[in-house]
Ligand binder design. Structure first.
Ligand SMILES: [Zn+2]
Length: 394
């Protein structure tokens, strides 16, 4: 698409560039879909290291062909995280962030093969977030084709345990992001209009374990101290922590305890999901859980876990990134809106470090983690051009 830029010394404004990037992405839509198909057909569930590593090996080839320098971060159980660095002339790099693990177990492809139908592409991980990775590749190619690869360096970081909490991915994500100018997260967009995500709730996971004393419910009822009754009372206490106006939710999602109906339960526990909009509320919630006291002094309570993703707050830096995205979007006929979500991503970590982070830049679609997982094919070129424009503008 060099025809748009016969004279490369002439300064180009963001929207002119975006038009060139869009033309490139439209012309290469078929190629982008083939790459997407290849990726979907390499299954990569978070808990299958060998499978995830095959996906990593494939991606390394793709990035090396683009001129990237690939580094793996070897892991014992999780797949190896992957970084690809693309040189630029000056400044801190722009980080393109994502993951290549999926929630789908091996063999899902047999029931849910990659297919294209009614303008959509279906398949395990297609939306969350292999399309986002294909977009990274083609955004870089669009920049190169337009002679726009001389700006900031670009770093791609893809981790392999995002879908299970980024336990091993988090330190790599944080170490990489702290030296970057901005973070663009290629997680799926929000809703049928494909909104970008400027804030995400923080996520926590707390286990409340109650220990009482077992006894025969017929013979020695009064000697028992029911852990189940105690847990039930605690649950009624913690649901009071929910504060919709502040965006705080507390959900006991799993509960277990006791052995038989004729035994006073000696043990019971619940697993509780926490979501907060503000970082300050995360600390407050943790303190409230820590302060829980047993109603029945014969029972004991043990609290474990805590916040595992800080909230991605709607910071000045993020708003600025969104403003740039909106302007580029206008230039290519794309209405760009922002939204917030209760779901977390690795963007939560980078945002909490104070690095401007814009999320939801990936595909438009639906059904993440569900059998109707799919993306809208016709939106791919525009959204990829938006990504290229953003990289170019930063
Ligand atoms: Zn994801």
């Amino acid at each position: 698409m060099n025809i748009y830029y016969a004279d490369m010394n002439m300064p180009q404004n963001a929207s002119q560039s975006a038009i060139a990037h869009l033309a490139f992405c439209q012309q290469h839509e078929g190629e982008m879909l083939s790459l997407l198909r290849r990726m979907v057909e390499i299954e990569s569930p978070s808990d299958d290291k060998a499978a995830v590593d095959s996906m990593g090996a494939f991606l390394a080839q793709v990035f090396e062909r683009l001129g990237g320098e690939v580094t793996f971060y070897p892991q014992k159980e999780a797949g190896n995280h992957l970084k690809a660095e693309f040189g630029g002339s000056s400044g801190k790099p722009v980080l393109l962030l994502g993951h290549f693990d999926t929630v789908w177990p091996m063999g899902t492809l047999d029931k849910m093969p990659f297919r294209m139908e009614a303008g959509r592409a279906f398949g395990p991980g297609v939306y969350d977030m292999k399309a986002g990775i294909a977009m990274m590749v083609f955004a870089l190619r669009a920049l190169t084709a337009a002679g726009h690869d001389g700006n900031r360096p670009v770093t791609i970081l893809l981790d392999t345990d995002e879908e299970v909490g980024s336990t091993t991915g988090r330190p790599v994500v944080e170490a990489t992001a702290k030296d970057c100018e901005a973070v663009l997260v290629l997680e799926p967009s929000q809703g049928p209009q494909g909104h970008l995500k400027t804030s995400r709730k923080g996520v926590g996971d707390i286990t409340i374990r109650v220990r009482g004393r077992a006894s025969h419910s017929g013979v020695d009822f009064e000697k028992g101290q029911s852990a189940i009754i105690e847990l039930a009372r605690q649950l009624l206490e913690i649901v009071k922590f929910t504060d919709p106006a502040r965006g705080i939710t507390v959900n006991p999602g799993v509960i277990q305890g006791g052995t038989r109906s004729n035994v006073v339960a000696a043990e019971a526990w619940a697993e509780v999901d926490l979501r907060v909009v503000h970082a300050a509320d995360a600390a407050l919630l943790e303190r409230k859980f820590a302060a829980l006291k047993p109603f029945n002094p014969q029972c004991s309570i043990e609290i474990s876990g805590g916040m595992n993703r800080p909230p991605m707050e709607r910071t000045e830096g993020t708003i600025r990134l969104f403003g740039i995205a909106r302007e580029i979007g206008q230039g290519i006929g794309m209405a760009t809106e922002e939204s917030s979500t209760g779901g977390g991503s690795d963007g939560n970590f980078t945002s909490a470090l104070g690095i401007p982070t814009l999320d939801g830049l990936g595909a438009l679609g639906e059904g993440a983690h569900a059998s109707n997982e799919s993306i809208v094919i016709s939106e791919l070129p525009q959204r990829t051009a938006l990504l290229a424009g953003l990289i170019r503008s930063l």
